[in-house]
Write a protein that binds this ligand. Sequence first.
Ligand SMILES: [Zn+2]
Length: 158
Amino acid sequence: MTKIKYNTNYCFAVDKMLGTLAKWLRILGYDTFYHHHITNAKLLKIARKDKRIIITKSRYFHKIYTKVPIIFVHQDKLKLQMRELHSELNLTDQALFTRCVICNTLTKSIDKHTIKNIVPPYIYKTHNAFYHCIICGKVYWQGTHYEQAKKFFKEIIK
Ligand SMILES: [Zn+2]
């Protein structure tokens, strides 16, 4: 196992048992590969190819020798898992909601008028800045979920 070089541009490959954790890494803006059907061998291959840090709960990775950096998660609850990661990586929320939670693509700002029929009328009326994913089409805005995510992250790092 190689030592993890500390920086804020971490890329991750998260094992299939840790879907919620993968989602939260994307919410924080980290480039996170995740697929709920992938085998551990395939995950390792992707991590090696893209130079990603593997985040896993699987014992499979205990038994193999690999030059890919690996972080083992032991906790079951999301908040505690995030704390485990934070103690290793010193996570930040500086890029919060800059990445699509569904497909991991960086989001781009979009002209408000073009999404009028996509978002709920109340959201359209009360928000001005909208972002979208050019791959899957999901639209994002800085609503209450933004503040909730910030609050959640504060609880993790305290
Ligand atoms: Zn997307």
